[in-house]
Design a protein around this ligand. Structure first.
Ligand SMILES: C[S@@+](CC[C@H](N)C(=O)[O-])C[C@H]1O[C@@H](n2cnc3c(N)ncnc32)[C@H](O)[C@@H]1O
Length: 358
């Protein structure tokens, strides 16, 4: 909702000040359908947003390859502070000293704080910020040399790095980017060493659960990790590459709520996302559970962790032959479900062939 509002605010601001922007546009993490797309290039981390752009006729890129000069860069940056500032800085650098970066930040994601922080770096505000749709839209241009502008430091602050004390590869903006999530740690502690066969990790982030599966479960034959946030894939690849096991994990940029393909797995592990913006949103987790049930073999099982108050049990009851709560601690619960029922299978329409026809 916040991203949609910020995208709408951005387009409103462009309509009120069309003279400020010209030439080709880079649309970066905007909600599809909220503005002009002719001649534009789209960039977005999120696989769900990317699908929306594909439907709108653009072919979005998932990773920040340096674009050729873009006179107009339109951005709704991340919510997380370091990542927000790094994306803003990069938008300004990409637009250069002749172009303009139009950056729209939802109030809930710290628009006021950002306005103050902009006083601490060297950047030109080419027009007064516009407030609309619970968001603030900034019109920014590079002002003098990049080095020493302060924006250079912001950009570096968002880069992929190794993070102590775990020394894992990660990046600001990813889920629990600088530490192990307590819920995920609880699930890892309850994964049986006997977990075997073909395993899928749904919403793998920088790879913590996948790492634990590889480390703790020697009978695993293959591991497929699915994640919607393209920025997580490279850190996850590096982290998983450090574990000395014969299994070579495969990473997929995928929106799990749209299903994970036709392959069937023996085990699914997951800590599903549980909020959009500030509000807890159990519907995302429910869609993950449906996707997990559909992705499992008949004898397969699901290991998941969730915030204790989230109401996932009725769906487990509806989709699986058996389920149980394995542990409750520190506000989280670990759930195990097995034998997905036929009702959990995606419906496939078969057409009867007429005799004699091939
Ligand atoms: C609660 S985090 C768990 C991350 C990681 N498994 C861990 O345990 O640290 C949920 C993850 O799901 C990802 N995610 C959110 N929506 C998704 C979707 N529709 N498809 C795939 N992944 C998604 C998020 O980016 C995030 O990395």
């Amino acid at each position: 909702m916040s991203r949609l509002q910020a995208s709408q605010a951005l387009n409103y601001a462009l309509e009120t000040m069309p003279e400020l922007v010209a030439g080709r546009r880079l649309l970066w993490n905007l909600t599809p359908g909220t503005g002009r797309t002719e001649g534009a290039r789209a960039l977005c981390w999120d696989r769900g947003l990317a699908s929306g752009w594909e439907e709108a006729g653009l072919k979005p890129e998932g990773l920040p390859n340096e674009p050729a000069c873009f006179p107009t860069v339109l951005l709704v940056p991340d919510r997380q502070r370091e990542c927000q500032e790094a994306e803003l800085a990069r938008a300004v650098r990409w637009a250069g000293s002749e172009g303009v970066a139009v950056v729209s930040v939802p109030n809930l994601w710290g628009a006021k704080r950002l306005a103050k922080r902009l006083q601490e770096v060297r950047v030109e505000e080419v027009a007064a910020a516009v407030t609309k749709h619970h968001s603030r839209v900034f019109f920014l241009r590079q002002n003098g040399p990049w080095e020493g502008s302060g924006l250079d430091a912001w950009e570096k602050g968002g880069e992929m790095r190794r993070q102590p004390p775990l020394d894992h590869w990660t990046q600001p903006g990813l889920f629990s980017w600088d530490r192990v999530d307590e819920g995920s740690a609880l699930l890892a502690d309850h994964l049986p060493e006997t977990l075997a066969g073909q395993v899928a990790d749904l919403g793998c982030g920088w790879g913590f659960l996948s790492l634990e599966v590889l480390r703790r479960c020697p009978a695993v034959d293959s591991l497929d990790a699915f994640e919607a946030d393209a920025r997580a894939l490279e850190p996850a690849r590096r982290n998983l590459g450090k574990v000395l096991v014969p299994v070579r994990p495969k990473l997929h940029w995928a929106d799990v709520t749209a299903g994970v393909g036709l392959r069937r797995f023996d085990q699914v592990v997951m800590n599903p996302p549980f909020h959009e913006g500030r509000e807890a949103d159990p519907s995302l987790g429910l869609r993950f559970i449906s996707a997990a049930a559909a992705a499992l073999k008949d004898e397969g099982s699901l290991w998941m962790v969730a915030n204790r108050q989230l109401p996932y049990e009725p769906l487990l009851e509806a989709l699986f032959g058996e389920w149980r709560q394995v542990a409750v601690a520190r506000g989280f619960k670990v759930l195990h479900a097995c034998h997905p029922l036929p009702s959990s299978r995606p419906r496939v329409a078969f057409r009867r062939r007429k005799k004699g026809r091939r």
